[in-house]
Design a protein around this ligand. Structure first.
Ligand code: ATP
Ligand code: MG
Length: 344
């Protein structure tokens, strides 16, 4: 029996990268799950707070994401779908884990190191290092470990390659807890990564960085809620290169390769097969085909999203029922955690 947990931050409307890299896989996992498998998908508001979020924007994004998850086919009668912040057990367990996690381990996280590097570049004086960064940003991998381990037993976590190091940390924390608070039965299993085919979709404006919800330039991403004309205009203006002809060369032609990756993913085929259809063709033809494929793929979900967005009462009920189920499940773990540490 598997317990599958994954999350998405309410930092904006999900984009094509989220969909092809993660969310489409959630739907597949749900479809292929055995009856005894449990699936939990969380909209992780406490993670979003590690960077400043305007409250209204945060509040809108969490509802948008819930509607998008339902629209793409996450079924609330099969999977537990909930807002992280509706279950305080996440923060309680994160605190307990904070108290057994060495600072040095967190300093080695590449996400932290890149934040640190970025903040050094911004400051006028080279002194500016950790002082401008908040504790939450430093410790969020611990919260992530709590998210995963809260739901007990053999845990499978479908996440992209960018999360491998965090998952490794959650194994370290689980093991540390098991050794510090020994009993006949080990409390936490060591979670394993469910490697997805992990398609990494790049920014349409800067193909050296990934497509991201929180990048300032809105034309760098295709939202799952974009209209056909918005999709067309973003793809038309996507940065490629001035080399003629179409080849798949992620190193030297990242923008072109990104469009091919997207097209291959939409058609559910190998990228080598996709590129073979472009002998003697140019970027114009490729962009037209990518547009058509993306529009076609997102048409259904977008229509369903529009419908769900109107039904506030249904969304509220789904969130409430999901939170109730998540709390009940995690409470079983927390009772045992509290007992073992002496804080029941
Ligand atoms: P933010 O910029 O706020 O971090 P994000 O776009 O990175 O937003 P997350 O909520 O952090 O989205 O991640 C949700 C899931 O989407 C994760 O499993 C992550 O691995 C995946 N993901 C995010 N961006 C991409 C991308 N460009 N390509 C493929 N997968 C992605
Ligand atoms: Mg992210």
């Amino acid at each position: 029996r598997r317990v599958i947990f994954s999350g998405i931050q309410p930092t904006g409307v999900p984009h094509l990268g989220n969909y092809l890299g993660a969310l489409a896989n959630w739907v597949k996992l749900q479809r292929d799950a055995l009856p005894e498998d449990e699936l939990l998908f969380s909209i992780v508001g406490w993670h979003a707070m590690t960077l400043p979020q305007p409250p209204k924007q945060l509040s809108d994004a969490r509802t948008d994401i819930l509607a998008v998850l339902l629209a793409i086919g996450i079924d609330p009668t099969r999977s537990i779908i909930f807002h992280q912040e509706h279950n305080p057990n996440h923060t309680e367990l994160a605190w307990i884990f904070n108290c057994i996690t060495p600072v040095g381990k967190l300093r080695r996280m590449t996400t932290w190191k890149s934040r640190l590097a970025a903040s050094k570049n911004q400051g006028d004086d080279a002194e500016m290092d950790e002082t401008g960064l908040n504790v939450g940003l430093f410790a969020y991998p611990v919260l992530q470990a709590a998210d995963i381990l809260l739901y007990n037993r053999a845990t499978h976590v479908p996440v992209g390659d960018d999360q491998t190091q965090h998952l490794e940390l959650s194994r370290v924390i689980a093991d540390q807890f098991n050794r510090n608070f020994k009993a006949k039965r080990q409390l936490f299993p060591l979670p394993t990564q469910l490697s997805t085919s992990s398609k990494r979709i790049l920014s349409l404006r800067d193909p050296t960085s990934k497509m991201s919800k929180s990048a300032p330039d809105a034309s760098s991403r295709i939202l799952l809620t974009d209209s056909s004309s918005q999709i067309a205009s973003k793809i038309r203006s996507a940065v490629t290169d001035s080399i003629s002809g179409i080849t798949y060369d992620p190193v030297n032609r990242p923008g072109t390769a990104n469009l091919l990756t997207i097209l291959a993913a939409c058609n559910d085929e190998d990228v080598n097969k996709t590129v073979s259809g472009y002998v003697g063709k140019n970027h114009g033809a490729l962009k037209a085909d990518v547009t058509e494929a993306v529009v076609e793929m997102l048409k259904g979900p977008r229509k369903e999203y529009e419908r769900l967005k109107m039904d506030k009462e249904y969304l509220r009920r789904v969130a409430q029922e999901g939170a109730d189920k998540a709390r009940v499940k995690s409470e079983v773990t927390m009772m045992e955690v509290r007992e073992r540490i002496g804080l029941l």
